[in-house]
Design a protein. Structure first.
Length: 134
């Protein structure tokens, strides 16, 4: 992978999370060059999750935060809520305007390099709030 002409764009983050290199690199390439999200960048936020993220701006504004994961990974609801909370915090700092909606997605990478997206939150309601008992 490090021979790829675009690998240098994520190399620093990959050094800090080597077990996530394939998922991060494949998702980053898809987000930036296939999905054409502007200003995509890979980041490793501080915090206990240790998951690298990709931040990007949508064509119509708003920040998007992508969490590259492998298709065979399993997460509980508490972990998904923590992922969304951390991504929301990161998205606020990545947004041009703090009032912009922040959308959080899982970028699910298959063994054949297919990337599928699952939206965790659309900036209006957090997953934790959606799962709270009524």
């Amino acid at each position: 992978m490090d021979a790829h002409p675009r690998f240098h764009e994520v190399a620093d983050v990959c050094r800090w999370a080597p077990q996530r290199t394939r998922a991060l690199f494949q998702a980053y390439l898809d987000i930036k060059y296939a999905q054409l999200f502007g200003a995509a960048r890979a980041v490793l936020p501080s915090g206990g999750l240790g998951l690298p993220l990709v931040t990007a701006r949508g064509a119509r504004g708003g920040a998007h935060v992508f969490v590259p994961v492998y298709a065979d990974e399993r997460f509980g609801l508490a972990t998904l809520a923590a992922i969304q909370e951390q991504a929301q915090t990161l998205g606020i700092s990545a947004a041009d305007d703090s009032s912009s909606a922040i959308t959080v997605h899982l970028a699910i990478v298959e063994d054949d390099s297919t990337v599928s997206y699952y939206t965790l939150g659309d900036g209006e309601q957090s997953m934790a709030a959606a799962l709270a008992p009524v």
